[in-house]
Design a protein around this ligand. Structure first.
Ligand code: ATP
Ligand code: MG
Length: 277
């Protein structure tokens, strides 16, 4: 009836990627519970070893790298140009995003010295490129980056200190097409990631104000559009749309994983499998 897993058992089951049904099991006695734990743990360990063999013998690349490649292919096919920009950015460019001393994101930034930090987002670099590309290319300008971003976080199973962001942007489109375009871009990414039944939800971002989030149980992506108050700082006047997705969160939902840690850069997990099995 009322006997549940001990905290240690529960944590172990979570590490091993137990399903929700497994994690919520109830028992009539401690003895029955402990026996069930042995069985569940054993079958999860067997499954983990099977997945590691599959990685070694067949897949050969972690899901994170595969997803990145699939997104690059899908986006370049749609006319988007991939860019690769520095992960070390200046305090000034962050300030241009309104992220300075009293901003909620400011305390989450990893500082290297008084003037430079690890980027918590891709947007400042993309804004910088826009400015030059506007001179050099015709509109619309379509660029995207996939790369690591860094944030000090203390919030558990959805947050990593270093995660992989995809930010795709289109600058210089007709203003009345922005909403539709955002929906199309979200759909392109979600289809490529193999995730159906997501929702677009209006929320409020600390950087952009009102944003349209891509949600499936958890936030997967946040979109923004311009003209936007931040544009002034960068000398941008054309309408634009952009969406930022976390690749580890996409994988978490796609693969039904319990925590984002198992999908990210890690020494304790390999391709979603806990290594202490
Ligand atoms: P949250 O509110 O969940 O902390 P956010 O709104 O601060 O996220 P954004 O700045 O909108 O995050 O970043 C775009 C996307 O990057 C998010 O929708 C999410 O998928 C991903 N992301 C953001 N922070 C993290 C993190 N610490 N670990 C993993 N993914 C993240
Ligand atoms: Mg967001």
């Amino acid at each position: 009836m009322g006997i549940i897993w001990t905290p240690i058992q529960k944590q172990r089951l979570q590490e091993l990627n137990a399903s929700e049904a497994q994690r919520e099991m109830c028992f009539e006695s401690q003895q029955a519970r402990d026996r069930a734990f042995q069985e569940q743990e054993h079958s999860l360990v067997v499954e983990g070893k099977r997945r590691l063999m599959e990685l070694r013998d067949i897949k050969r690349r972690p899901s994170l790298s595969v997803l990145e490649q699939q997104l690059v292919e899908a986006l370049t096919q749609q006319g988007f140009v991939q860019v690769v920009t520095p992960t070390i950015i200046s305090k000034t460019s962050l300030a241009k995003m309104s992220v300075s001393d009293d901003h909620p994101l400011f305390s989450q930034v990893f500082w290297l010295d008084s003037k430079r930090c690890l980027r918590p987002m891709l947007a400042p670099n993309l804004y910088t490129l826009w400015k030059d590309l506007l001179r050099l290319w015709e509109k619309p300008i379509r660029i995207f980056e996939i790369g690591t971003c860094y944030r000090k976080e203390s919030k558990g199973s959805l947050h990593l200190n270093e995660f992989t962001m995809l930010n795709l942007t289109e600058l210089g489109l007709p203003e009345d097409q922005r909403h539709q375009r955002l929906e199309e871009l979200a759909s392109l990414v979600m289809e490529t990631a193999g995730i159906a039944d997501y929702e677009m939800e209006l929320t409020n971002s600390v950087v952009y104000g009102d944003t349209l989030d891509v949600v499936k149980g958890i936030e997967l992506g946040s979109s923004a559009m311009g003209p936007h108050p931040l544009d002034d700082q960068w000398g941008i006047i054309d309408p634009w749309v952009g969406i930022g997705f976390g690749l580890e969160r996409l994988l978490m939902i796609k693969e039904g994983s319990q925590n984002v840690q198992s999908m990210g850069r890690s020494l304790t997990y390999l391709n979603g499998v806990r290594l202490n099995i």
